[in-house]
Design a protein around this ligand. Structure first.
Ligand code: UD1
Ligand code: CA
Length: 479
């Protein structure tokens, strides 16, 4: 189920090594999801179904030999996985899985074999694909399909073997056309195949379309090839979990849960403590170092990396962020594209927006929002503060309620606060502005001009006291 980092390789390439391509069928709409989003872009484990399948494929062959067959919302699908450097084939009309491969014929012309993957089955492992390919080559088959025994085979195609003990296949029968006896077969067609390209190309035209959708079903090629006296073999995987397809929202949620549980197991085996893993949402690509503790109801998303001996307390949501060793994230923090230095303390309820760079042992506290700032070593902004577009040095104390006024309605400007500065509570710093090293800003100041180093700046009206004023007012009321 889990995608291991070390794919067992298919045959070692050599002068006579077969040229192998991978085709990923990803053109379908995903009608059963009832969604505006194409099926293969629905996410499990924090990334699109198709991204998982591409990751497995590119562990077997280089991206240049991978072809995703796209059609429904092709541009959207293409741009979602453009970073993978694979190729795309357009199936502008989706007339079935058989038709998908007809369209890919030209792209596959320079290869000997093609591994065909379903873009909606994200848990396939490179190990299984390598075994499937090797089995296919050993069997010298025209087609080899991957099968699995599953408890509830409903909706999958069933494998009809020539002989139960034999690897040869008679046909694949789809749920819709299966007889009651065939529906009892638990060995299903996983939707992953290897074809010898010469045989595929010379027989694919023979696919029938005598079905309610007048579609070309790739599954029917098994019978076509067998009738043409070609060898059709089946390789059964031991792990049925890895072939599950996500055709419905329920299946998506089930697979997502499996991937996340797997991720938690992997992290725990590597020395991370996770309390109540079932309540945590940790994406597949997240990295966490040993001795870090993850409390219940935490989300760690995207490409986040968390160091060793951190504690991430409940209700924190961390996306695409980097957290160094020994950091304490108190409850309810939100981090997006932030960087946090070693031994820093965040929260409760801090909001670190993109570009926040929190220095070593710095503190960002209750209801503090930061954006595009650098907060130096040991600096503190503990309460009710907005720091945006600011460069803040080391050993700075930012008093409660401080605001960097970074936006003039048109442009953003920078606030610079040098080392050792003390900003009194409730100050507003109107950028662009600089507060020099070691300076003090009196509480409730509105700072509109630069403050030299070691100076005191007070930018507020003076307090006036009117002796007896309140007593006189009360007395006036009583009259
Ligand atoms: C398919 C198999 C079924 C197997 C199951 C395993 C067929 C006819 N049936 O059924 O035997 O048990 O997978 O998961 O193949 N696609 C295209 N172009 C098209 C149609 C589909 O690229 O014209 C893509 C889809 O986007 C999807 C994949 O092919 O990623 C499989 O199609 P899907 O409709 O999900 O097939 P199943 O009904 O699951
Ligand atoms: Ca499917």
């Amino acid at each position: 189920m889990k995608k291991s980092r070390n794919a067992s390789s298919a045959r070692t390439p050599g002068p006579s090594a077969p040229r192998v391509a991978i085709a990923i069928m990803a053109a379908g709409k995903g009608t059963r999801l009832k969604s505006q989003l194409p099926k293969v872009l629905h996410e499990v484990g924090g990334k699109p179904l198709l991204a998982h399948v591409i990751a497995a494929a590119t562990r077997i062959v280089p991206p240049n030999d991978v072809f995703a067959i796209i059609g429904h919302e092709a541009d959207r699908v293409r741009s979602a996985v453009a970073n993978t450097a694979i190729n795309f084939v357009l199936q502008s009309e989706q007339r079935g899985t058989g038709h998908a491969l007809m369209v890919a014929r030209e792209a596959l012309a320079g290869y000997d074999h093609v591994i065909v993957l379903s873009g909606d089955a994200p848990q396939i492992t490179p190990q299984t694909l390598a075994r499937l390919l090797n089995f296919h080559l050993d069997q010298q088959a025209a087609m080899t399909l991957l099968s699995a025994d599953i408890d509830n085979p409903t909706s999958y195609g069933r494998i009809l073997r020539k002989n139960p003990r034999d690897a040869e296949v008679q046909a694949i029968v789809e749920e819709k056309s299966a007889t009651p006896a065939q529906k009892k077969i638990r060995e299903i067609n996983a939707g992953f195949y290897v074809f010898a390209i010469a045989q595929l190309v010379s027989h694919i035209e023979k696919l029938p379309t005598a079905n309610p959708h007048s579609a070309y079903y790739l599954t029917e090629i098994a019978e076509v090839l067998r009738k043409a006296k070609q060898r059709v073999a089946v390789y059964k995987t031991e792990d049925p979990g890895e072939v599950l397809g996500a055709n419905t929202r329920a299946e998506l949620s089930f697979i997502d849960h499996q991937i996340r549980m797997c991720k938690c197991q992997q992290l725990m085996s590597e020395g991370v403590t996770i309390f109540y893993p079932a309540t945590c949402v940790i994406d597949d690509d997240v990295e966490i170092a040993p001795d870090t503790v993850i409390e219940p109801f935490v989300q760690i998303l995207g490409k986040s990396r968390i160091g060793a001996a951190c504690r991430i307390r409940s209700y924190s949501v961390i996306r695409d962020s980097e957290i160094a060793d020994g950091v304490l994230v108190r409850p309810g923090c939100i981090l997006e594209e932030a960087h946090v230095g070693p031994n820093a303390v965040l929260g409760p309820y801090s909001h670190l927006r993109p570009g926040s760079d929190i220095g070593e042992a710095a503190h960002v506290g209750n209801f503090v929002e930061t954006k595009k700032i650098k907060l130096g070593k040991g600096s503190k902004a503990n309460h009710l503060t907005y720091l945006g577009d600011a460069e803040i040095g080391a050993g700075v104390n930012i008093g409660a309620g401080t605001i960097t006024c970074n936006y003039d309605g048109v442009n953003k400007h920078t606030t610079i606060i040098e080392d050792g500065v003390f900003i009194g509570s409730d100050s507003t710093l109107v950028a662009p502005v600089r507060v020099g090293k070691g300076a003090y800003v009196g509480a409730a100041s509105c700072i509109t001009e630069d403050v030299p180093g070691d100076a005191l700046a007070v930018g507020r009206s003076r307090q006036i006291v009117k002796e007896g004023w309140a007593r006189e007012k009360r007395a006036a009321k009583l009259k």
